[in-house]
Design a protein around this ligand. Structure first.
Ligand code: SOE
Length: 377
């Protein structure tokens, strides 16, 4: 018989929906020892919390996260609130002995993230940071191919995350839906929000980054602030590019912006090795591009692998071979891996400690751009 695992979700926005959907679906598709139960959601105002609870099937609501994290009937606290609250909620949840799943980035800064790592490790509670793109089957397949050594020595790692939703100068900053533009809440702009995804995948696939050299730009310097009602300086980076060295000797090139007109959420990466290369693109997320120099020269070329067969990562849990899945499923896989890890006593990654490495790269990138110099990690 599976054991019930009571979920307490803090935050009822976009990410709260992706995580709730994952808890609803995971037990139908994966054989798990733990069955998630949507016990409580915490959001403000209370009507919004009730509406969210009714829609997703949460049994109860809270309006103060401190109440939620100490409730004896909650086993797992899921943090889906803006970045400035991650630290306080995570530390309180750890002290209350709860398992924690926290949205990315871990924190606004390394010192905040370090406190969170210390808290979960002191409490000995299972913990995971939601870098969901690792769990797109094509990206997980890329990890398996890299780990098999098929690429040989790696020369280049290249990644982009491009959006265009903040180009208008009339867009305000701050408040429920636009906190990502408010540096006090978000910590940074595209670096913590988008490049953090690219860095997490890169560290996972290609190992540690040793030093970085970055530039950032804030194209729109002032915006109306929704909470203060005043026009205030914009403190986030609208765009950031950096290059770096990896410990394995390869060179990295990363770019992210919210000013690439026409691109809504285009995350791409490519790895070039001595024998083979791989590439992936979020807008074609079920495909992995693969070039193998060992192929017969007459038919050698880029293969576009449709990652939808039962022997490819995660796919045996879904429909029948050939029927592809999408973005939402990365969150279902994340919950499945987290719960399986808890059952086995082997944590799924990235743990808070592993996600702190991404935070270290983000902080070094921002410091490098500010000081116009190389920064070691
Ligand atoms: C920002 O627009 C955002 O929603 C990020 O916060 C997510 O992490 C990313 O996956 C999609 O874009």
């Amino acid at each position: 018989m599976p054991k019930n695992l009571n979920i307490g979700l803090v935050g009822g926005g976009f990410m709260g929906r992706t995580h709730s959907n994952a808890y609803c679906k995971v037990f139908h598709f994966f054989d798990l020892e733990y069955k998630p139960v949507l016990k409580a959601v915490c959001a403000l105002p209370e009507e919004a919390a009730r509406a969210f609870a009714d829609k997703w099937g949460f049994e109860s609501v809270e309006t103060d996260w401190r109440q939620l994290v100490t409730r004896p009937d909650i086993d797992l606290v899921d943090i889906c609130v803006p970045n400035n609250l991650h630290r306080a909620v995570a530390i309180a949840a750890a002290e209350a002995g709860k398992m924690i799943l926290c949205e990315k980035p871990l924190a606004r800064t390394v010192p905040e993230g370090q406190e969170m790592v210390d808290a979960v490790e002191k409490a000995g509670v299972p913990n995971l940071v939601s870098y969901n793109y690792r769990r797109i089957p094509a990206v997980t397949l890329a990890k398996q191919i890299v780990d098999s050594g098929k690429l040989g020595r790696i020369f280049h790692y290249r990644a982009n995350f491009l959006q265009d939703w903040t180009i208008s100068s009339n867009l305000p900053q701050g408040g429920d839906s636009l906190w990502r533009l408010d540096v006090a809440v978000a910590g940074s702009g595209v670096t913590g929000d988008l490049l953090a995804h690219c860095i997490d995948t890169a560290l996972w696939l290609n190992g540690p980054i040793t030093d970085v050299n970055a530039m950032t730009e804030t194209f729109i310097k002032e915006r109306h602030h929704q909470l203060t009602g005043k026009v205030e300086p914009v403190g986030i980076d609208d765009a950031c590019s950096f290059f770096c060295h990896f410990a394995n000797g390869s060179l990295g090139l990363f770019e992210s912006t919210r000013y690439a007109r026409g691109h809504k959420a285009l995350y791409t990466f490519e790895i070039n090795g001595e024998h083979a290369s791989i590439g992936w693109n979020l807008h074609d997320l079920h495909r992995l591009q693969y070039f193998d120099h060992a192929d017969d020269s007459q038919v050698r070329g880029w293969r576009s692998i449709h990652v939808s067969d039962g022997d490819q990562p995660y796919m045996n849990h879904w429909w029948v071979p050939g029927l592809q899945i999408g973005y939402e499923h990365s969150f279902v896989h994340q919950v499945a891996d987290f719960l399986e890890g808890i059952a086995r006593g082997e944590p799924a990654g990235p743990t808070f400690r592993e996600a702190l490495r991404t935070q270290q790269v983000c902080d070094a990138v921002l410091a490098s751009a500010k000081e116009k110099t190389w920064k070691e990690i």
